[in-house]
Write a protein that binds this ligand. Structure first.
Ligand code: FAD
Length: 307
């Protein structure tokens, strides 16, 4: 019951101000978002890649209100790419972007988001890496997939995310399972109505497995975004059945969640990519992490009360 309430709060400006200003919030936030600036995140990048993990970097931010903020988002990613160039990690450190942070919801937002994200994708390609377009709420997805198609004309390695909880996703998966595609499958983290999305965990998990099968049997590169041990072993089995080698798909998990499992999968020879978020506009990202696991909220509430 708590999850939907927290997800509703993740879109509330009043809650944003209240929670962001609480002095203890920071300690809990650090578990999921281990830095506010690129200088703070570079040592984390070195540490994680030094342990054999790969990364997808997210400069946190979404739901912006003017085009200047979209340009600032573009510039923040370009600055990150300058640092990644020095680290020379190639595809071991790619980037994830939310198009809402690039202006997608503003007037003329589709074109604005494409214009702002293109230089990031270009700069990523110039240092031998790539970008994945995150999936946000269902109203944004037609635009996201159209931008993905457009970017892939010049940068075919550009990835995208699909969400198992949406009814539309099995069709999207079939369309995206072609040669050279890179698709991350996740359960889905937004509050979606019953008219477009499964509401029960069991139904979402079943859809996830069907979609995973389509991706594994297809010709693209599946990226399995989940911490769910059951889905991880099913993915390994489906990979085997589809005759895929271990480097023909990868696992992805979020920084701060089941970190021992990141290392275990990497030690087994899997490609394991850690989604590592940093930046100051962490509210939406943080609230979705609280909504995914009520125990996080209890920990957060306890730390507020004990101060
Ligand atoms: P769950 O059944 O939710 O969790 C399985 C187990 O993992 C839990 O029992 C718990 O032990 C652990 N766990 C999961 N979440 C947490 C948490 N927050 N805190 C502590 N433990 C936890 N969603 C989108 O809508 N769009 C995206 O673009 C997107 N990108 C993602 C990228 C990556 C790499 C990952 C891993 C997730 C992404 N998500 C995205 C979030 C996703 O949709 C789910 O909300 C999230 O992954 C939780 O689902 P799960 O598969 O881990 O399974």
């Amino acid at each position: 019951m708590l999850g939907p309430v927290i997800l509703a709060a993740s879109r509330s400006d009043r809650m944003r101000r209240l929670i962001s200003a609480a002095p203890v919030t920071k300690q809990v936030v650090d578990r999921f978002i281990p830095g506010e600036s690129v200088d703070q995140i570079v040592p984390i990048i070195r540490e994680l890649t030094g342990r054999g993990l790969e990364l997808t970097m997210d400069v946190v931010g979404e739901d912006i209100t003017n085009p200047g903020q979209a340009e600032a988002a573009r510039d923040a990613y370009l600055k990150l790419i300058d640092h990644l160039k020095v680290l020379d990690l190639g595809t071991r450190a790619e980037m994830s972007v939310k198009l809402s942070m690039f202006g997608q919801a503003l007037d003329g937002g589709h074109e604005l988001a494409l214009a702002n994200v293109r230089p990031v994708v270009e700069a990523a390609a110039a240092i031998g890496t790539t970008v994945t377009l995150d999936a946000e709420d269902h109203t944004t997805l037609d635009s996201m997939f159209a931008i993905h198609d457009e970017l892939r004309k010049d940068f075919p390695q550009t990835g995208c995310v699909i969400q198992a909880y949406l009814f539309r996703t099995e069709d999207d998966a079939r369309r995206l399972a072609g040669n050279g595609s890179r698709v991350r499958i996740v359960k889905g983290a937004y509050k979606e109505p019953a008219s477009v999305a499964y509401q029960q965990k069991a139904e979402i998990d079943k859809a996830y497995v069907r979609i995973l099968k389509t991706l594994m049997e297809g010709k693209g590169y599946p990226m399995i975004g989940s911490h769910d041990p059951r889905l991880i072993s099913i993915a390994q089995e489906l990979g085997r059945r589809a005759g895929r080698k271990l480097d023909e798909y990868e696992f992805q998990m979020l920084y701060g969640i089941r970190s021992e499992e990141h290392l275990r999968l990497a030690a087994e020879g899997h490609r394991m990519r850690v989604y590592t978020a940093y930046g100051t506009d962490w509210y939406g990202y943080f609230m979705r992490r609280l909504a995914e696991k009520p125990a996080n909220l209890r920990f957060f509430a306890r730390s507020m009360i004990s101060k």
